[in-house]
Design a protein around this ligand. Structure first.
Ligand code: ZN
Length: 276
């Protein structure tokens, strides 16, 4: 059994979880709710002066856990692969500017080529941006995505694949992110979590739930307790692997985005204590 969660000291919320809010609203409302850690999605940084963002985060004592997302390296077109590198370098700059120690990578896939080819291009892409990541002090977290995204969002679909790639690149600046939504179904999950823990490669832990049935591939994630994932068990594996970072609530949900977001945040806190 996992040790029950009794406080919010390790609770981090992704800005995309409360999508109707801009960065300032996220910072103010999270802080008022007693949540002191945040993962920032780049959409809220688009029209944002980064110095101002950093000042706001500091003023509220908000710990930035990571910036999401970089990645999307593969393409059959060389030009697009170059554009992806540029965008990732910008993401590293943004992460560094807001004080994020980690940039999460949604690695990408191009359905016009094989998964193996896409994986090759992902590894090449990561190796290309690695010097800048090191210089900026930002670690790169390879996040495996559920296989339903293998055609367009990520050719890395199991933690074994992510672990292997991180091990091959072999840099303290490259590791993996474990997201229960993408990985809960994998019978090797406990073993693979132990593996990245052993190698010092476990950089992030994302939680939400898998709705049954799931009605939308992208934006029908459940709140912890809504679905069928045994989150406390996976959290125990992650903690047993030596991970002591935040539990990041990352929920894309058309249903919850329609709610009053202040009430939703309270719901998240309750579900966090009860079902995580
Ligand atoms: Zn995630």
């Amino acid at each position: 059994m996992a040790k029950p969660i009794t406080d919010f000291s390790k609770l981090c919320v992704h800005t995309l979880t409360t999508r109707p809010w801009d960065l300032k609203q996220c910072i103010q409302n999270f802080s008022a709710a007693g949540i002191h850690a945040i993962t920032i999605w780049r959409n809220v940084l688009e029209k944002q002066n980064l110095h101002e963002a950093k000042r706001m985060l500091d003023d509220y004592g908000m710990q930035v856990v990571s910036v999401a997302r970089g990645g999307f390296f593969p393409s059959v077109e060389k030009e697009n692969r170059h554009l992806a590198i540029d965008d990732n370098l910008l993401a590293i700059e943004q992460a560094s500017a807001v004080g994020a120690p980690v940039l999460v990578l949604v690695c990408g896939a191009d359905g016009r080529q094989s998964l193996e080819k896409s994986r090759e291009q992902i590894q090449e892409g990561i190796e290309q941006i690695l010097p800048d990541a090191k210089k900026a002090g930002v670690k790169l977290a390879i996040e495996p995505l559920h296989p339903m995204y293998a055609g367009d969002r990520s050719a890395i679909n199991t933690l074994a694949q992510a672990n292997r790639m991180a091990e091959e690149i072999n840099s303290e600046y490259v590791g993996v992110a474990v997201d229960v939504y993408h990985l809960w179904w994998d019978s090797n999950l406990q073993h693979e979590i132990a593996r990245c823990g052993r190698n010092g490669n476990l950089l992030a832990f994302h939680i939400c739930d898998w709705n049954v049935p799931t009605v939308d591939f992208l934006n029908d994630r459940g709140l912890m307790g809504d679905g069928c994932i045994n989150i406390p068990e996976i959290r125990r594996w992650v903690e047993d692997a030596g991970f002591s970072g935040c539990n990041e609530v990352e929920i894309f949900s058309e249903k919850y985005w329609l709610m009053d977001q202040i009430e939703y945040l309270e719901k998240i806190k309750n579900a966090y204590l009860k079902f995580s």
